[in-house]
Design a protein around this ligand. Structure first.
Ligand code: ME8
Length: 644
């Protein structure tokens, strides 16, 4: 099967923002997913450069429209690679071949008798670049731009859209997947239940000259929507290019609900007039809102994808957008929600599963994935869950339910984390008789991680590559993997060498949202002092107590210290990263500590223990027999929170 997927071509009157990034990331993720299903995909995006809005923005910038369009179009072209978005074509409506195609199409529809000269009086909204009907106005204003439309009366050319109304209703009803989600199909059908008017497709040059001249009347330029929609054809070489023949029948468009009408009504009727089949599917999503208002350049509440990338990283941004929005409905953007997703879903669930599993394979199996032995029910359950996850994930991805696809993946991540806890590999590792069991557990973790890494490729390409590399799959080999041949259980070869690397996701604190990276705390190195773990403590004053800086610390790594039976070297986030030496090695295995939150005395003078400098002390309870139990918190807290 093949796919031709498109985004809207964005207006060049403003820079790329999160709304544009969302649609384009969806298109990229969907392209990568279908490629992962061994399909042949063509992905197109671009910029919409003619019309009133652009002419106005260029005039405001004091430069000619083409120069202005070049400048802003470049910002879009440069933005996408930074988000790992890889379109096959970037089309501009000022490209000569697009202009030529628009003129050929206008001539063809005109020759057929579907374009005629008429006169028009109506209320024109510059923001929408179209005449609004009385029904669309709210208190006389355009509801999208909150502006008063201008009364305009002039001669213009019209496209006989009304002629195709019955055909369009019939097509939508017979093809339930033509416009999805269903609410948007219903919206279009409801609009079509009233008589459709013909579409004004020209603007007199006296009013606007930044547009494509009509081939049959030099006094007019083409209405920007009639020009822009044609990008979906000109980009693939209509009327006779090889790509056009190959891809038009599999065209799917992605848009937000703001431009439903041009895509669901103007465009299919234009195609019908041209004698072409309509596109295959229209996928419509909702708005990203900020404090209940649509994020938009006209409201001025936009968030720049570039800032988010710098603050959070590409993969966190891609994951967040796809996980947080149910495709079709509106979603709210805030720094808090993106930080929460990173800390819980990415750093905690996925990141910990990954680092614990690899650390254990490294330590208990000398860094190679061991061969599994006899299976127990919980091994079978994990393998079964991971395999059926691939199928459920694929079904949701196909229907644009990206958040559901990711929920499926995360339920396997959570199962695998529980599997570690219940199978206690660190206990098995202590008993030579249990090596087979240990090997089975480690194999199941490696294989589950391989499948998770594979399905995450469309959403988080960098993370997926890192996971594959850690599991010993080289990039050249991994690039050839697909869901059909590789989305099955049992392909990890026992004996493959793993590669320990950095953790997948750091934990973030609130400062990240404000384009400030977490500040690394400066620690002074001192030597020679040792921590006095127990001391004579009599009654202390509140002022004495207040001197203690107690903090929530999250353990991100733990390892034994050479030649010491008692000491572990811990890396903690509190919220800055620091090293703490703790005398708990007799009671805790390093692997079971990663991801735990403990209470730390944060303002102790640094001290060197067995050659490692410790910058704090972890609180633990010691019972009568001298056994230690670490302090913990009843519920997760933000690392670095003060304990009082
Ligand atoms: O309409 N939430 O261009 P445009 C989600 N040139 N998506 C959003 C969004 C938000 N708050 N804001 C924008 C045009 N988008 C025409 C299209 S196509 C032949 C011509 C995304 O720059 C979403 O995809 O106003 C929306 O449909 C598109 O940007 C509008 O981009």
């Amino acid at each position: 099967m093949s796919l031709y997927i498109t985004t809207p071509i964005y207006y060049v009157n403003a820079q790329p923002h999160l709304g544009h990034a969302y649609t384009t990331i969806v298109a990229d993720t969907y392209s990568r997913f279908r490629r992962l299903c061994k399909e042949d995909v063509r992905f197109q995006t671009g910029t919409d450069e003619h019309g009133d809005k652009i002419a106005e923005a260029a005039a405001a910038a004091g430069i000619p429209p083409k120069e202005y369009a070049d400048r802003i179009s470049r910002l879009f072209q440069e933005a996408w690679p930074l988000l790992n978005i890889e379109p096959d074509t970037f089309i501009r409506t000022t490209d000569a071949h697009h202009v030529k195609t628009v003129q050929e199409i206008l001539q063809k529809v005109h020759d057929k008798g579907d374009i005629y000269l008429g006169s028009y009086s109506g209320l024109y909204c510059r923001g929408c670049e179209r005449f609004l009907t009385d029904k669309e106005l709210v208190d006389g204003h355009c509801p999208d731009h909150q502006a008063l439309p201008q009364p305009i009366s002039e001669s213009n050319y019209f496209f006989r859209m009304s002629k195709y109304q019955e055909w369009l209703i019939d097509h939508i009803e017979k093809n339930p997947d033509f416009i999805t989600p269903e609410r948007y199909k219903n919206e279009v059908l409801s609009f079509l239940s009233e008589p459709l008017e013909d579409l004004c497709i020209s603007r007199p040059k006296s009013r606007l000259d930044w547009g494509i001249p009509l081939p049959f009347d030099a006094g007019f330029v083409t209405y920007v929507w009639f020009d822009a929609l044609i990008n979906y054809l000109s980009g693939i070489g209509y009327p006779d290019g090889e790509e056009f023949n190959h891809y038009w029948s599999v065209a799917e468009h992605i848009i937000a609900k703001d431009i439903l009408k041009p895509h669901a009504i103007y465009w299919p009727t234009m195609l019908r007039a041209l004698g072409l089949a309509p596109y295959k599917r229209l996928h419509v999503h909702g708005y990203w809102n900020i404090n209940e208002a649509k994020m938009s350049k006209s409201i001025g509440n936009v968030v720049r994808p570039e800032t988010l990338r710098q603050d959070f990283g590409v993969d966190t941004l891609r994951y967040f957008l796809l996980r947080e929005m149910s495709f079709g409905l509106d979603a709210s953007f805030s720094d808090e929600t993106i930080i929460a997703r990173q800390n819980s879903d990415l750093a905690n669930d996925l990141g910990n599963l990954f680092s614990r599993s690899l650390t254990m394979i490294n330590k208990f199996a000398k860094g190679t994935v061991p061969a599994p032995a006899d299976l127990e029910p919980q091994d079978r359950a994990l393998a079964e869950a991971a395999t059926s996850m691939v199928a459920a994930y694929s079904a949701h991805m196909k229907s644009f339910a990206f958040h559901r696809a990711l929920q499926e993946v995360w339920s396997v991540i959570s199962l695998a984390n529980k599997y570690i806890v219940t199978s206690e590999p660190w206990v098995l590792a202590k008993e030579p008789a249990k090596t087979h069991r240990l090997n089975t557990v480690l194999y199941h973790l490696a294989e589950t991680l391989r499948l998770i890494g594979l399905v995450l490729l469309p959403v988080m390409p960098e993370t997926s590559m890192k996971m594959a590399a850690a599991l010993g799959i080289t990039p050249e080999v991994f690039r050839k993997h697909n869901l059909i041949d590789h989305g099955i259980w049992g392909l990890t070869e026992p004996g493959v060498k793993i590669q320990l690397g950095a953790s997948l996701f750091p934990r973030l604190d609130k400062k990240n949202g404000q384009n400030r990276s977490p500040q690394k705390q400066k620690v002074q190195a001192v030597s020679g002092e040792s921590i006095k773990a127990e001391s004579d403590i009599g009654l202390i004053s509140f002022d004495d107590f207040r001197k203690l800086d107690l903090r929530v610390a999250e353990i991100t790594a733990a390892e034994k210290i050479d030649k010491s039976d008692r000491l572990l070297k811990l890396t903690v986030m509190a919220p800055e990263e620091r090293t703490v030496v703790a005398g708990i090695a007799e009671y805790y295995e390093p692997e079971e500590l990663v991801g735990r939150q403990v209470i730390m005395v944060a303002n102790l003078k640094p001290a060197k223990l067995m050659g490692v400098t410790s910058h704090g002390m972890i609180l633990a309870a010691r019972d009568e027999k001298g056994r230690l139990t670490l302090s913990s918190l009843a519920a997760g807290a933000m690392p670095g929170s003060k304990v009082s």
